[in-house]
Design a protein around this ligand. Structure first.
Ligand code: 6CS
Ligand code: FE
Length: 265
């Protein structure tokens, strides 16, 4: 799947591309079952909120087949190859649970400072791709984005270790206010199966989820192969050390997996 001229222009201008209903309901259902299975496991790659509910499951593509198929999906790889003009490797893969009632905040941040400072990633030639596993609504902690903020470059940030159970480099409130005053905040919402691709320097965050509706999202981070990590300090299930280009699988691989494995409700 290639981005069209309008999507490319919007990405350049606003710093993100939203593709509603990119994955079919059958594919999403297979991924949702995979997510439930993964998030219930007790293992070091599954991080929890302060109250014990699962928050993030890292690297589950290494032990879950549906997640593995998603990593090789051309709908995710091709647009990034197009934007970077070269092939990509998998820097990170995770499921963020944002559980019903207890899903906690992600503070305002840019992704690149964390990759740069913690992993030694040289350039913002990497991007997060969000795949919605549940409907994202205005009320269940949608990802909020400050459009055009990718153009300001890497903001000064401090390591925030105390706000949530996840350490992150975050800019101060004055900086966030200044950017928001200029360009506002948007929150793409929509059905499960939607895909949101956003620039490594776009300012984003999300509020907690006190609704009964979970908001599970898969995040695949792909980086240009010329942009290999130089000094990773985080465990390899958070910042992968394999910089070989990711291969594209068959275009119907996930749909076929769903046909073979879906446990009907
Ligand atoms: O730790 C990381 O690498 C990832 N976590 C967040 C919330 N943003 C940056 C990055 O994708
Ligand atoms: Fe992020």
């Amino acid at each position: 799947m290639k981005l069209n001229a309008e999507q490319l222009a919007r990405f350049d201008e606003l710093g993100y591309v939203f593709i509603p209903e990119c994955f079919s309901q059958k594919e999403v259902e297979a991924l949702r079952q995979a997510a439930s299975d993964v998030l219930n496991q007790q293992r070091e790659e599954v991080w929890r909120e302060k109250d014990g509910t699962p928050r993030t499951a890292f690297a589950c593509h290494t032990y879950n087949e549906a997640c593995e198929l998603l990593v090789h999906d051309a709908r995710l790889i091709e647009p990034l190859e197009q934007l970077f003009g070269e092939r990509t490797y998998v820097h990170q893969f995770k499921i963020n649970a944002k559980a019903a009632f207890t899903g906690d905040v992600w503070q305002w941040h840019q992704d690149f400072p964390t990759w740069h400072k913690d992993d030694g990633m040289p350039e913002p030639k990497a991007m997060n791709i969000a795949i919605f596993l549940d409907e994202v609504m205005p009320i269940n902690g949608p990802l909020m984005i400050v459009p055009r903020s990718h153009r300001v470059g890497e903001l000064e940030s401090a390591h925030d270790l105390k706000t949530t159970s996840y350490p992150l480099w975050t800019p101060d409130n004055e900086t966030v206010s200044r950017l928001v005053e200029k360009d506002g905040i948007i929150a793409p919402t929509g059905k499960a199966g939607g895909v949101l691709m956003f620039h490594a320097n776009i300012l984003h965050g999300s509020a907690g989820n006190i609704t009964p509706y979970p908001r599970r999202i898969v995040y695949l981070t792909l980086s240009a192969v010329s942009n290999a990590l130089t000094n990773p300090t985080r465990p390899d299930f958070i910042a992968h050390r394999d910089f070989t280009p990711v291969e594209k699988g068959a275009s119907d691989a996930l749909a076929r997996y769903a046909d073979e494995h879906l446990v009907s409700a």
